[in-house]
Design a protein around this ligand. Structure first.
Ligand code: AVJ
Length: 332
């Protein structure tokens, strides 16, 4: 019936989550990060259309173990995790294409938990696709996409009524430095009511060789992904970065327990950033830090959640201990 169809679309319309803190514009981030050394840009600008496609391809490479390792863990443990959390709502930060969330939905389905899915992401276009795909595949499921930037504060988050499982997968937490990671988890915890839980996917400390290969894949996809940031800057700042004059570098910093990804200037060069009305002079071998990806030990992965006052319900890892899924809850 026509009326029903309209109602259904209305019910599942995207909700815009208001920022509770201003987040920097690309122009501000570029001014702050690029005009003086040491230079850097936040990793969120990787993900234009081409960057998102490249990231998807990275996830399918042999070297980039996190995606498949986490997927297998979810596949093996989704049922017990869902049974522990008993969610009325599943709210996922940085849901992207929601490829891994299917494991959680199937687990809900198999034990007849009727819940609502709230994917939270910056990209409305992808959120709408996810909504349609999930609504079609899981007829019992309500999908309420949340459009917004989860790094810009969570006060604007409409908190669902009934028990909620907050999900943050893919070791996206690794892009935060340690302080930011703690702050973000505290913010989520502040949204939680007693009985709510938090499922966190965390990449683990491991051999430098395995880590190095994961960020230096044979086909050069990670390099392309990194260099694509310069395309984004050329586009949005009307800049003139020459991609042939930069190279990709990713190293594991054992002291800081993190991958550091850089773009290296291969010669002395001047780059114009027209929109900023500025130019920058780069030395040969000068670095621009484009991403950090923090790795955690088993105990550190738990501390992320327990330091915020949550209690661990379950912590699963594969035999090689390369990745952790930690489920914690706020006690009653
Ligand atoms: C999406 C932030 C988890 O840090 O491993 C993959 C991004 N960068 N290869 C990561 C990324 C280069 C990824 N995260």
């Amino acid at each position: 019936m026509d009326g029903d169809a309209v109602l259904e679309i209305d019910d599942m319309a995207c909700i815009y989550v208001e920022q509770s803190r201003p987040s920097n514009s690309l122009e501000q981030d570029a001014r702050h990060g690029l005009l003086t050394a040491p230079r850097s840009m936040p990793p969120k600008y990787f993900y234009d259309k081409y960057g998102s496609l490249l990231f998807d391809k990275i996830c399918d490479t042999e070297e980039y173990y996190p995606t498949r390792t986490e997927s297998r863990l979810l596949e093996a443990h989704a049922s017990e995790l869902i049974e522990l959390a008993k969610p009325g709502h599943i709210l996922e930060f940085g849901s992207g294409c929601s490829r891994k969330t299917h494991f959680l939905m199937r687990a809900c389905e198999s034990i007849n938990i009727n819940c609502e899915y709230l994917p939270f992401d910056v990209c409305e276009e992808v959120l709408c696709q996810v909504r349609d795909e999930y609504a079609e595949r899981y007829q019992w499921l309500d999908v309420k996409p949340l459009v917004g930037d989860y790094t810009a504060g969570l006060d604007g988050l409409h908190r669902p009524k009934g028990s909620c499982l907050y999900v943050f997968l893919g070791s996206s937490i690794g892009n935060f430095n340690l302080q930011q990671a703690n702050e973000f988890i505290e913010e989520v915890t502040a949204c939680m009511l007693p009985g709510d839980s938090f499922l966190l996917g965390v990449d683990r400390v491991k051999s430098t060789q395995v880590l190095h290969q994961a960020y230096n894949d044979e086909d050069g996809l990670t390099g392309e992904f990194n260099l694509n940031l310069l395309n984004v800057l050329n586009d949005r700042l009307d800049a003139d970065f020459d991609l042939n004059k930069f190279k990709h570098k990713a190293i594991y910093n054992e002291v800081q327990q993190r991958i550091e990804m850089y773009l290296i200037s291969e010669s002395i060069q001047t780059v114009n950033l027209s929109v900023l009305d500025e130019s920058i002079d780069l030395n040969k071998d000068e670095e621009i830090l484009t991403e950090i990806s923090h790795k955690y030990t088993y105990d550190q992965a738990e501390s992320l959640l327990t330091d915020a006052g949550l209690h661990i319900l379950r912590h699963v890892e594969p035999d090689n201990a390369w990745f952790s899924l930690v489920l914690a809850h706020k006690s009653l």
